[in-house]
Every structure is written in structure tokens, then in C-alpha cells.
Write a protein that binds this ligand. Structure first.
Ligand SMILES: Cc1ncc(C[n+]2csc(CCOP(=O)(O)OP(=O)(O)O)c2C)c(N)n1
Ligand SMILES: CC(=O)[C@@H](O)[C@H](O)COP(=O)(O)O
Ligand SMILES: [Mg+2]
Length: 618
């Protein structure tokens, strides 16, 4: 079916190919990628962009002895295809199937598990330094995108790498895109380099001349130093940043020119010290729809290849949040919106259009975003930082140190809380209730549905303290029709009364509790359901009444079992000497694999039927 790809079962099969054959293989791989991802969903555009680069890396280097570390890892499909996993692509991102990210337990070629961005240079540098301590050999290569290099960790790593000058290669895969448009000074700097590509050739030429000049190729440190000093005089300003950090810059390099890639990789392989290759690629290359709209094709669900991805008719919760924030901003000019490189994912693209002057995309910089919000709040604004739960983990110290100790009225709109599905363990938002629970001065809420989410956003505007509102990935949904009452701080809502058992469900889990009750009623079991809208403050008066009335209490949360909502309720029961049997239903204290949200709920006991089973056993 694929003339060239069918012959490839391991990197060895690429090594025997010449550049022309590799180009034919690249065509096959692009066809394979589009076909395969159209059937499973996944990260398409980034992978289409790195086909030649990945093949050239495997041609020049000896994986897994030479170590290729993929940043984020959403662009590692081509690497997976040629390292013996192409036949498993039917199961990509499916339950029990191939992961969409590098996984050490999936293949020895996957050097490090990733999913969050900007880690690759640190990991590669660590591996390279350990190699040097142990006196081993082998190349270490970090492949990082132009979006991910804006992340604080990557910048910290470059700073350190320039200092240690460890033998390793950083490949900067620049497609001039993050998920959405890449932003910031670094991005502008890289674009300037691309626009001034002829100026950069000067440096290459000087280096070439010096390498044939007497003494130029001597291994001696002094000769190399002299050469580097002369070359540095010719470094055009546009690319001086990396060189002045102490990392030798080469580029820009055409990332779709296999011959050129092989040449430069061979050159870099033999260079001493830290080297950065600036490779220019096109996100979505080879599939017209993805080339034209790389943002839409960054991560896709199943689609028809001829028709392309069609926009669904349902509105996501994130889009509802974006709309609500726009409406709040229209009434209150203190409202400011912040995203860390996820404008369309969080729905803030709507805010950007409506209020560009009060909108900030800070790049992949969750730490900065959090402290930046604290600064805005200090000077009279009401900042809303919309961020995925798992990415906010990056800003943890900043939440404590800059927002909560100082009691700044920053609101965290925590999207993708709970199980996110096919992205898997790096992306599930399964810790936020726990990690926020232990921080003083913050109000933490989770709505039962989208209408309640709007009311919580209204409440956040009135509060003069740090606030977090967490909500899941998915489409907007409504559990009841008509208007809802405004929410008072710390008030729970009794949704239905019952006998013996009361269920306290938080956020998204209210829906599960209602469905579980339907199943239980068929079995003549009638638990009460309470919508526990706040992790803190809790509704102490109501809880005291409930714990006197009922024999059993069941807490349900889509957060890890330790330290979250259940833990808070357990402590309340102990502190107040309530005599009630408690069952905590939550995510297990382990990293949860990928798959559809429903399959995952079923496998970890959070589906309505599994919840009903647990309550039956009471
Ligand atoms: C800490 C963190 N924040 C946000 C994200 C979401 N995210 C995944 S890929 C991506 C864009 C990366 O851009 P780039 O590195 O240029 O790779 P490209 O997709 O362009 O190949 C972002 C923002 C993430 N994975 N990790
Ligand atoms: C790799 C990454 O972090 C993002 O691309 C993520 O996969 C997006 O997920 P959503 O589809 O939930 O926005
Ligand atoms: Mg990019």
C-alpha cells in the first residue's frame, strides 16, 4: 500500500536510504499520518511539519544510543512510526492503545515521557551531563518548537546550557506557530532571523573559510577559541542571542530539504559544545487544509479527509466562559483576560476580539501569567487567568507566593479539570482540588453545569480575594431549565432528599450523581443529592444538619482521592464528632491512562453505574 513506508520497521531501514528515497518515504508518511489521524483523532499539523526532520535525525543518529528528546511530544508520531510502532497506529490515543506522547514504557526509542512543554532542553542537558560524568559517548538531541522555547523552563535551560557548554544539540523547530499564533519577543526575534536569512550565511561562510585556514581544524582548545572569537565578530545581530548565551547557532535551515538537513546534522554531530540548529518547517505540510489552518489541525477529532475538519454545532464550556467574560468586561472595565498560549482552547479568543486592550497572551508561561495577574490586581484590575488545570501546576509557587499570601483578587478559570480523555496522564486535571485545598485565602468552586459556572463568575467579580473556578473539558450542558438563583459564598444546594445516604458531589460529578441515583431508584435505594459547589469555604451549617440526619455520606469528585474535596469533608466530620459512615469516591492515587472519558470513568469507578454499585454496597 505504501511503497517506501512498507519497507520501514526500524530506524535501520531509514539509514540505508538516500535523500531521494527518504523524500519518497516522507510522502508515504504524510499520507499515512492523514489517513491514520483522520480515523483516531490526534495531533496532526505538527507531525506533518516534522517528517523530513525526523527522518534525517534517524538517518544521522543511532537511536536509542543517541538520545532524541521531543519537547511536548505531540510531534513524535513520525518517530513512533519509524521506530516499529506503525502497525499500532489504529490504537493511537485509544484506551489501552498507543499514547499520543513519548512513553518510556512504550519503546526504548522514547527517551523521556512528555506532554507539558519546554522540558526537553533540561532533560537532554541532564542526560548529557550524566553521560559525561560516566565517561560514556553518544549524542543527545532536544527537539523543541518555537512556541515551547518561549516557556520559562526552556529559557532557564538555555541559560544553564550556555554556561556548561555541554556537548549536545538543540533543534529549534520553528514553524512560526504555537497552537495559535506564536507571540512574544522571542518569537519576534526568531522571525527576524528568518527574514534576514542571507545575513546569517555570512557567519557560515566565515566559519567555512576558517576551517580550511591553517590551524582552523586543529582540535586544540586554543585554536578553536581563536576561531570562535573570529566567527563571533561576523555574527549578524539577528542571531547573536544564542551565540552570546554560549550556544553555537546555525540557521535558518530548510526543514523540508532532506539533503541540507542530513548535512547540517552531521556537522552538528561532530561539533564540541552546545549547538542550536534553527530549522524552519511548515506546520501542516502536505495536507492543504492543515497548511491553511494549522491552528484548527493542531489537535483534531476524527474527520473526513476530503472534507476536512467540520466545526461541531455544540458550544464548548470554554467558549461559554469566553462569552461570559466578554459580557462581564462590557460592564466592568477592570476585567482583564490572560492566557498562556491557549486562546482558542480556553475560549479567550473571543475576548481578544472584543477587548484587545484588556487581553494578554503571555506565551507558554503559566508562572509569569500568575504573577503578572497578581501585579494587575495590585494596580486595581480584576484579572481572569484561563488555564488548563494540569498546566497551572507550573504556576503553583506563584499562586501561593504572589496571589494567596498577598490576597490578590485574581480569578483562575481552571479549564480541563478532571479527566480530559485521550491526551492521558500528563493532561488530566486531577490534582487541582488537592493542590488548592491546602492554600489559605483562596475561594475554590466547581459548578454543576454551565449556567452555574456563569453565576460563579459573577460571584468572583464581587469577591475581593483569590478565586478558582474549575470546570471540565467538553460541551456546555445544563442540568435544569429556567433561571438559577445567584450563589452565596460557601452555599451548597440540596438537589434531592432521600433516605439513609446523602451524596455530596462537586462540580462535574453532580451530573454523575444524578445518573447514579436514577439507577439506584430502580433498586429501591434513594440517596439524597447535594451540589457541593465549594471546596472552600464549605457549607458548615448544612453539613451539620445533613450529618445528623443521614447514616452514610458519599463524597464524589473527579480529583485524586488524596487531599481534595473528600479529605476536607472527612476532616469536618472528625472535627465536629459526627457519627456517620463515609465513603470517598474519587480518582485513584495513581496516574490515569488515556482513552475516552467514559471508558476511563468506567475503569476507575466514576461512571454512574460504578458509583451506584458502591452506594448499593453500603
Ligand atoms: C506547560 C504547557 N502549557 C501549554 C501546553 C499546551 N501546548 C501544547 S503544544 C503547544 C504549542 C507548542 O508550540 P511549538 O512548540 O511551537 O510546537 P508546534 O505545535 O508548533 O509544533 C502548547 C501551547 C503544554 N503542552 N504545556
Ligand atoms: C499537546 C497539548 O498540550 C495540546 O495540544 C492538547 O492536546 C490540547 O488539548 P485540547 O484538545 O483539550 O485543547
Ligand atoms: Mg511551533
Amino acid at each position: 500500500m505504501y511503497k517506501y513506508l512498507d519497507k520501514v520497521n526500524s530506524p535501520k531501514d531509514v539509514k540505508v536510504m538516500d535523500a531521494e528515497e527518504m523524500d519518497m518515504l516522507a510522502k508515504d508518511i504524510r499520507k499515512f499520518l492523514v489517513r491514520s489521524v483522520s480515523q483516531t483523532g490526534g495531533h496532526l499539523a505538527s507531525n506533518l511539519g516534522v517528517v523530513e526532520l525526523t527522518l534525517a535525525l534517524h538517518k544521522v543518529f543511532e537511536s536509542p544510543k543517541d538520545k532524541i528528546v521531543w519537547d511536548v511530544g505531540h510531534q513524535s508520531y513520525v518517530h513512533k512510526i519509524i521506530t516499529g510502532r506503525k502497525d499500532s497506529f489504529v490504537s493511537l490515543r485509544q484506551f489501552n492503545g498507543l499514547s499520543g506522547f513519548p512513553k518510556e514504557n512504550e519503546s526504548p526509542h522514547d527517551i523521556f515521557d512528555t506532554g507539558h512543554s519546554s522540558t526537553s532542553i533540561s532533560v537532554a542537558q541532564g542526560i548529557a551531563c550524566a553521560r559525561d560524568i560516566k565517561g560514556e559517548d553518544g549524542s543527545v538531541i532536544a527537539v523543541i518548537g518555537d512556541g515551547s522555547i518561549t516557556g520559562g523552563m526552556a529559557l532557564e535551560a538555555l541559560n544553564h546550557l550556555g554556561y556548561t557548554n555541554t556537548d549536545m544539540i538543540v533543534i529549534l523547530n520553528d514553524n512560526e506557530m504555537s497552537i495559535d499564533k506564536n507571540v512574544g519577543g522571542m518569537s519576534r526575534h526568531l522571525s527576524n532571523i528568518i527574514r534576514n536569512s542571507t545575513a546569517n550565511k555570512v557567519k557560515d561562510e566565515v566559519e567555512k573559510i576558517l576551517s580550511v585556514a591553517p590551524g582552523g581544524n586543529l582540535i586544540s582548545k586554543t585554536a578553536n577559541k581563536v576561531k570562535d572569537t573570529i566567527v563571533s565578530k561576523f555574527i549578524p545581530q539577528e542571531c547573536a542571542l544564542f551565540d552570546s548565551l554560549g550556544i553555537k547557532y546555525y540557521g535558518p535551515i530548510d526543514g523540508h530539504n532532506t539533503k541540507e538537513l542530513i548535512q547540517i546534522l552531521n556537522k552538528a554531530k561532530n561539533k564540541k559544545g552546545a549547538v542550536l540548529l534553527h530549522v524552519i518547517t511548515k506546520k501542516g505540510k502536505g495536507y492543504r487544509y492543515a497548511e491553511n489552518e494549522p491552528q484548527k489541525y493542531h489537535a483534531v477529532s476524527k474527520f473526513d479527509i476530503k472534507e476536512g475538519v467540520k466545526s461541531g454545532s455544540s458550544k464548548s464550556i470554554s467558549a461559554s466562559v469566553g462569552e461570559k467574560l466578554v459580557s462581564m468586561a462590557s460592564k466592568d472595565d477592570r476585567v482583564v483576560a490572560i492566557t498562556a498560549a491557549m486562546p482558542s482552547g480556553t475560549g479567550l479568543n473571543l475576548f481578544e476580539k472584543a477587548y484587545p486592550n484588556r487581553y494578554y497572551d503571555v506565551g507558554i508561561a503559566e508562572q509569569h501569567a500568575t504573577t503578572f495577574a497578581a501585579g494587575l490586581a495590585k494596580n486595581g484590575m480584576k484579572p481572569y487567568f484561563a488555564v488548563y488545570s494540569s498546566f497551572l501546576q507550573r504556576g503553583y509557587d506563584q499562586i501561593i507566593h504572589d496571589v494567596c499570601i498577598t490576597k490578590k483578587p485574581v480569578t483562575f478559570l481552571i479549564d480541563r479539570a478532571g479527566i480530559v480523555g485521550n491526551d492521558g496522564e500528563t493532561h488530566h486535571g486531577m490534582f487541582d482540588l488537592s493542590y488548592l485545598n491546602l492554600i489559605p485565602n483562596i475561594v475554590v468552586m466547581a459548578p454543576k453545569d454551565t449556567k452555574e459556572l456563569n453565576l460563579m463568575m459573577d460571584l468572583s467579580l464581587k469577591l475581593n480575594s483569590p478565586v478558582a473556578i474549575r470546570y471540565p473539558r467538553g460541551n456546555s450542558y445544563y442540568l435544569e431549565s429556567g433561571e438559577y438563583e445567584p450563589i452565596d459564598l460557601g452555599s451548597y444546594e440540596v438537589l434531592s432528599s432521600g433516605e439513609d445516604t446523602v451524596i455530596l458531589a462537586i462540580g462535574n460529578m453532580v451530573k454523575q450523581a444524578i445518573e447514579a441515583k436514577r439507577i439506584l431508584l430502580d433498586n429501591n435505594i434513594n440517596p439524597a443529592i447535594v451540589n457541593a459547589r465549594f471546596l472552600k469555604p464549605i457549607d458548615e451549617n448544612l453539613l451539620n444538619d445533613l450529618f445528623k440526619k443521614y447514616k452514610n455520606v458519599v463524597t464524589i469528585e473527579d480529583n485524586t482521592i488524596t487531599g481534595g474535596f473528600g479529605s476536607r469533608i472527612n476532616k469536618f466530620i472528625i472535627d465536629n464528632n459526627h457519627n456517620i459512615k463515609v465513603v470517598n469516591i474519587a480518582l485513584p492515587e495513581e496516574f490515569v491512562h488515556h482513552g475516552s472519558t467514559e471508558e476511563i470513568y468506567e475503569s476507575i469507578g466514576l461512571s454512574p453505574s460504578k458509583i451506584a454499585d458502591k452506594i448499593k454496597s453500603l
